[in-house]
Design a protein around this ligand. Structure first.
Ligand SMILES: NC(=O)c1ccc[n+]([C@@H]2O[C@H](COP(=O)([O-])OP(=O)(O)OC[C@H]3O[C@@H](n4cnc5c(N)ncnc54)[C@H](O)[C@@H]3O)[C@@H](O)[C@H]2O)c1
Length: 256
């Protein structure tokens, strides 16, 4: 059986846990040649086996590199870790944080922290990968994991929404800049996905139940459901798609 990602090398930042883990596992399921995982720690936040262990169990190939996406040196090393497999084809800028102290009165320090990881970290990750794609001259695909919070506002996630809205606009700008080189840039905007990020923020968790009841599919999503869309964006099946933000949210942002 052939897969959408046959022969492709994919890097996933924040790939140890949650959605990133789902993206890494989906990439292997769709035939990726290798997955390079960059994260602050190898252990998943939700517990259990490491992503690398699960990939090996399913017959896939991966490597882990301790990476902080706020460090350009870490990101250069992460991208270089894809070279032994042939070089990066797909860069998934997934690492992100939400903070309990978010809201309209968010402090400057907390706001800067969100910007550093969610916004600047995503940009620096993409820049590092594109430098390598450009050297090989084979094009590539960059996928930024944004959020429905970047498409719609919610007071309790004021700072988070600001960073994710910026990611969506960054995707449009970078698609314009890198398109002539055959590099596509898209955003995936997950809705309510069952991960530790959600479970660690009581405000977010409390807000979820009425949202779940209102959303068309009436359930939280699973990381693999985001992973399947990312795999498609990384593959040649989406070869004429760039500069868009795709909601993967059970229809939540489609309704009022
Ligand atoms: N869970 C949701 O419902 C949801 C919804 C919309 C968007 N998102 C986005 O999806 C992405 C993944 O979120 P998640 O829910 O899987 O979260 P998570 O907390 O389960 O996993 C995030 C991973 O990113 C890593 N990380 C955090 N800061 C990092 C840094 N500076 N450098 C490298 N790695 C770092 C963490 O160690 C962790 O492994 C984030 O960008 C988040 O904003 C999540």
């Amino acid at each position: 059986m052939t897969g959408m990602l046959d022969g492709k090398v994919i890097i996933v930042t924040g790939g140890s846990s949650g959605i990133g883990r789902g993206i890494a596992l989906a990439a292997v399921a769709h035939g990726a040649k290798a997955v390079v995982i960059g994260d602050l720690a190898e252990e998943p936040r939700e517990g259990g086996e490491t992503t690398g262990h699960l990939i090996a169990q399913s017959g896939g190939t991966s490597t882990f590199l301790r990476t902080d996406v706020t460090s350009s040196a870490d990101l250069a090393a992460l991208v270089a870790a894809a070279d032994p497999f042939g070089g990066v084809d797909v860069m998934v800028c997934n690492a992100g944080i939400a903070i309990p102290q978010d809201g309209p009165d968010i402090s400057p320090e907390m706001f800067r922290k969100l910007i550093a990881v969610n916004q600047e970290g995503a940009l620096m990750s993409a820049q590092a990968a594109v430098a390598a794609m450009r050297r090989r001259g084979t094009g590539g695909s960059v996928v930024m994991i944004s959020s429905m919070g970047g498409l719609r506002g919610a007071g309790f996630t004021t700072g988070y929404s600001a960073t994710k809205g910026a990611v969506n606009m960054m995707v449009a700008a970078l698609a314009d800049a890198w398109g002539p080189e055959g590099i596509r840039v898209n955003a995936v905007c997950p809705g309510l996905i069952q991960t530790a990020l959600v479970d660690s923020s009581p405000a977010v968790a409390a807000a979820f139940e009425p949202m779940r009841q209102r959303m068309p599919l009436r359930r939280l999503g699973q990381p693999a459901e985001v992973g399947n869309v990312v795999a498609w964006l990384g593959s040649s099946l989406s070869s004429f798609v760039t500069g868009v933000a795709i909601a993967v949210d059970g229809g939540q942002t489609a309704v009022i």
